[in-house]
Design a protein around this ligand. Structure first.
Ligand code: GUN
Length: 324
């Protein structure tokens, strides 16, 4: 990449982060568009807040969401705190259930059952990963599907596959909403999903292939056993990178005009940051962005949409729109 191109897109990313009106106009005239997840998430949260105010005016109860956090993993604490903060900012009631790292599986299952039975709680999540002595799948399956706002229960996953009303897990749901917001054509396109996790890659591959407005793509799901990954990514019109390996996707792996969605959020220590860490995406943004038509940044892309989508699921749960 020539020096001037590198300087321009570094400037562009810097300007995206500052986001003055002048800068956004400048940015939009330079080839690739940054998908601003922070902005879209804010709009969704404002809409949810209005709906909560409306429920209050009608004298109805506000949505009440709970999160279960086991142990003291720094990243999980941050994610759960952000989810609770977001609940509060839209007027939801929220409850945090904290359990120690050494909690037994039975005790955790009891807590899940209490939340299932608690009529005041509309929906809840158990933050993953769980400590190794706990069977994660058993815990997920203990959550009653009507309160499973993460959409991880096999009933919700199965209903998603069959196009039946369900909670779609928050990250894939957030990505679909971003593609919709930016009117990105998916029909007939080749979408390459990298990573087959239950939380992102697998559901994403299913959603992109569905006969829905954001869907109808020809999907290739790549994973750790894929041979010559680059032959697939080079053909892709849309790449959804959810592999959890920082700066994995490089410029030589993508074609001109590609849409890149970066799901990676690896925390690394950083003395320059007030939090003591910084987030790295799965995409080498500086070199990939100049080849893109659209790209999500990290942070400020998919991350904020995950939270906004969880709130959307919370509102659906409170309004009993999926399960009556
Ligand atoms: N860990 C990483 N992502 C998620 C998520 O979306 N929900 C839960 N419960 N745990 C996670």
């Amino acid at each position: 990449m020539s020096d001037w191109v590198s300087i321009i897109h570094k400037l562009r990313l810097k300007q995206f982060r500052k986001r003055t009106k002048f800068q956004l106009i400048f940015i939009q005239n330079m080839g690739y568009q940054i998908i601003d997840g922070k902005k879209v998430a804010k709009e969704i949260q404002e809409q949810i807040k209005k709906e909560v105010e409306h429920l209050k005016q009608l004298g109805q109860k506000v949505p009440h969401i709970a999160a279960v956090l086991v142990g003291n993993d720094g990243a999980s604490e941050t994610y759960v705190n952000n989810k609770i903060k977001a609940c509060n900012s839209v007027g939801f009631q929220s409850t945090l259930v904290r359990l120690p790292e050494y909690v037994t599986e039975n005790k955790l299952l009891e807590e899940v059952e209490k939340l299932n039975q608690n009529e005041d709680i509309d929906g809840f999540i158990v933050q993953l990963p769980l400590p190794r002595h706990i069977n994660e799948q058993k815990v997920i399956e203990a959550i009653v599907p009507s309160k499973d706002i993460d959409g991880f229960h096999p009933i919700n996953v199965g209903r998603m596959v069959l196009n039946l009303p369900c909670y779609v897990s928050a990250t894939p749901y957030g990505i679909v909403q971003l593609l919709e917001y930016y009117k990105i054509e998916t029909s007939g396109k080749h979408c390459v999903v990298i990573g087959r996790s239950h939380i992102v890659g697998s559901p994403m591959s299913i959603l992109m292939a569905k006969n829905t407005p954001i869907g109808n793509a020809t999907v290739t799901l790549c994973h750790s056993k894929t041979k010559d990954l680059k032959q697939y990514t080079l053909q892709a019109d849309i790449i959804i990178c959810a592999i959890g390996s920082p700066h994995f996707l490089t410029a030589d792996m993508v074609k001109e005009g590609v849409v890149v969605i970066d799901v990676g959020i690896t925390r690394i220590e950083s003395k320059d940051s007030p939090t003591g860490y910084k987030l790295l995406g799965d995409v080498k943004f500086d070199e990939v962005a100049p080849k893109c038509s659209y790209i999500t940044p990290v942070p400020g892309g998919v991350g904020p949409m995950t939270i906004a989508s969880l709130l959307k699921n919370g509102l659906l749960a409170a309004k009993k729109e999926i399960y009556r």
